[in-house]
Design a protein around this ligand. Structure first.
Ligand code: EPZ
Length: 418
């Protein structure tokens, strides 16, 4: 198993290019099932999760060509020869459940493994299934699989009890070929939803009001192939913004989108970090001491749960006491235990973490518990005295491409050991 060895690296500086968004490209890869024509996707990041999703598509009979150097993927679902997803493949990737909507729309049937729980929570799919049932699908669950069947999906009015990102994406992809009009109320409005809707509309779908809480989808008979450039990864961008803040550095992020990062920019300014939004990117530099802050994770445009861990790392060495509330997932503080091993002062009470800033962290052995927690430990290790060993970094490879290469270019002392 690989691990990272990270030494104290203060004052990261230079330019970093933000890659395509993992959480945009995964649903967009699934959407390619909806047409037998070729789709050409650019800015497709060479991530473990992307390879895993491509393997799932290939297993369904979809043709996949991927040029990982130029980050271009050509996907052609001329025939979808299988409608059952294998358990072993799905297990690697919770997002594998996102093929269910496209399979129901394209083949009127699907047999998908129920996504198991993971480190951050149980990850239920009840909202996805309620949406499919409203569209006319018959849904059965047995032996750890969800079976769906329908003659032809029919448009419906769906209300989501929670603005679930995955449920919004899955239902939208099912509804684009349904008979009639579908409205998804209390829909997620994340930038990744907007990117998926724009890709679907390029294919000939008729989706309006996406990015607002109520998406309207006028079903069409067929969809064409399309070319699409995936949006930059706002979570990767936020991670590098905190890398500048926690090391007292000065980093310019090219290809970052300020509109996707409002909550992050505002929180970093609160913590006494200078942010400059320029035409072609964002500059982050730290002049004075980092000061404590309070944050509460919320659906977009609120503070993103995926950056809670890296901001907790920042709070461990901030001046004062920070209060961090995780409202989206029920178990997303596992990194707190690892940070405590490095000398952080964190008290957890349910979904609230109280962090008293300490003067410095110290190096030790820690373990990545999920991909965002892994990134948080790398950032914390860059401020710690000594050499920190971070194991289970396969989690990080799922969601950050060329992570250590990008950090080394900024001056970080980090190496991968197999
Ligand atoms: C997506 O997960 C992202 N993954 C997650 O990123 C992200 O943390 C999450 O959205 C929230 O922004 C991808 O896009 C591949 P949800 P998803 O459905 O779709 C509950 C990362 O690190 N819920 O919005 O699974 C659920 O339990 C990953 O890149 C139901 O109760 O998130 C959770 O508490 C981690 N029933 C909350 O909603 C459902 O049917 C948010 O889940 C679906 C969800």
């Amino acid at each position: 198993m690989s691990k990272f060895i990270v030494s104290k690296s203060l004052g990261l500086c230079g330019k970093v290019e933000i890659s395509g968004a993992k959480n945009a490209v995964l649903p967009i890869l699934c959407a390619c099932i909806l047409t037998e024509k070729e789709c050409v996707l650019s800015s497709v990041p060479p991530l473990m999760d992307v390879y895993a999703m491509m393997d799932i598509l290939k297993a369904l009979g979809v043709k996949v060509q991927y040029d990982s150097v130029n980050q271009i993927a050509k996907i052609k679902a001329e025939r979808v020869t299988k409608t059952k997803e294998e358990y072993e493949m799905a297990g690697k990737l919770r997002a594998s459940f996102l093929v269910m909507g496209p399979l129901l729309a394209r083949r009127q049937k699907a047999k998908i493994p129920l996504p198991g729980g993971c480190q951050i929570g149980t990850r239920p799919v009840d909202l996805h299934l309620k949406g499919f049932i409203k569209l006319g699908a018959k849904i059965k669950q047995e032996h750890g699989f969800v079976m769906g069947r329908c003659r032809r999906l029919v448009g419906s009015h769906i209300y989501l009890d929670f603005p679930s990102v995955g449920a919004t994406e899955n239902i939208m992809m099912a509804a684009v070929l349904a008979d009639g009009v579908t409205v998804i109320e209390n829909a997620a409005v994340e930038p990744e939803i907007v990117d998926l809707a724009e890709f679907l509309n390029k294919m000939g779908a008729k989706i309006t009001d996406y990015g607002t809480g109520a998406i309207t989808i006028n079903g069409v008979k067929t969809l064409e192939g399309a070319n699409h450039n995936v949006i930059p990864d706002r979570i990767e961008a936020g991670t590098f913004m905190v890398a500048a803040a926690i090391t007292g550095g000065d980093i310019f992020l090219t290809n970052a989108v300020p509109d996707h990062l409002g909550a992050i920019t505002s929180k970093l300014k609160e913590a006494n970090v200078d942010i400059e939004e320029l035409a072609h990117g964002i500059r982050v530099c730290t002049k004075g001491e980092i000061t404590a802050f309070n944050l509460k994770t919320m659906p977009f445009p609120g503070f993103p749960t995926d950056l809670q861990a890296v901001f907790m790392s920042l709070s461990t060495v901030a001046k004062g006491t920070s209060v961090i509330t995780e409202t989206v997932f029920e178990n997303r503080f596992l990194h707190a235990g690892e940070l405590t091993r490095m000398g952080a002062d964190i008290k957890i009470d349910g979904r609230i973490a109280v962090v008293d800033g300490v003067r410095k962290l110290t190096a030790t052995q820690v373990k990545a518990t999920d991909l965002r927690a892994g990134a948080a430990l790398v950032l914390a290790a860059m401020t710690a005295e000594g050499e920190t060993e971070i194991s289970d970094i396969f989690h990080i490879d799922r969601g950050y491409c060329l992570f250590e290469e990008k950090l080394i270019k900024l001056g970080a002392k980090i190496r991968r050991e197999d």
